[in-house]
Design a protein around this ligand. Structure first.
Ligand code: GRF
Length: 224
């Protein structure tokens, strides 16, 4: 492989299906993608994402949280696995454990999460059901740097999708998930290229094009 710019060694932490992991694997398959996945770690042995990692020939580790008496002991095992793999960046891709302030502090600016809502709306769980119940017309996903408060760190990027009148939770979740698969590789790439900095608690992206135009639902171009 020709030697291009250095690819940042990146770990992906999962707990389940791993469709976002797959999107990152697919992006990192391009030789010019600025991050390389060096470890896929799951806290659940049955996580489907582990099969995706194995199929891609990536190193995997299982660190079952139940094997550790305390959160600190679990996180010490995580840290050890991450440093053994030489990870410089960490992606939370459906990783269903809340991390302590100490762990988050050690990885500050290098730990990113994907959340299925347009933060700060709908932090926490059941975001799609809550968006439907609230009657919002746009919903989506956010990739953010992780801070000690759950789903509150500086937002690197967001993708919006319309909420349609016939949507149920599954239909809306599927539309958001497609957006997640595009947003996460984009944002990890920006971070890996060193284009993300935090100023006054907000993420600032150097040299990234802004979305053009207005994102609107109902769409004025298609009157009903
Ligand atoms: C995604 O919806 C992600 O936003 C949330 O957990 C889900 C993980 O899905 N944090 P997958 O395992 O990546 O398919």
């Amino acid at each position: 492989m020709p030697s291009g710019p250095r690819r940042r060694p990146t770990a992906v932490l999962i707990s389940g299906r791993g469709s976002n992991l797959q999107a990152l694997i697919d992006a990192a398959a391009a030789p010019d993608y600025p991050a390389e996945i060096v470890l896929v770690l799951s806290n659940r042995p049955e996580a489907k994402g582990l099969e995706r990692a194995a199929a891609a020939g990536l190193p995997t580790r299982i660190v079952p949280h139940g094997d550790y008496p305390t959160r600190a002991a679990f996180e010490a095992a995580l840290s050890e696995a991450l440093s053994e793999a030489g990870a410089e960046l960490v992606c939370l891709a459906g990783f269903m454990r809340v991390l302590t302030e100490a762990f988050v502090g050690r990885w500050q600016g290098r730990l990113v999460n994907i959340h299925p809502s347009l933060l700060p709306a709908f932090p926490g769980l059941d975001t799609h059901a809550r968006a439907l119940a609230a009657g919002v017309k746009l919903h989506g996903c956010s990739v953010h740097l992780v801070s000690a408060e759950v789903d509150q760190g500086p937002i690197i990027g967001q993708a919006a999708v319309p909420v349609l009148p016939e949507d149920d939770e599954a239909a809306l979740a599927a539309r958001v998930l497609e957006a997640e698969h595009r947003l996460f590789p984009l944002c990890l790439g920006l971070l890996a290229e060193g284009r993300v900095s935090v100023e006054g608690g907000r993420a600032v992206i150097r040299g990234a094009p802004d979305a053009g135009g207005l994102i609107m639902n109902p769409d004025q171009r298609r009157p009903g």
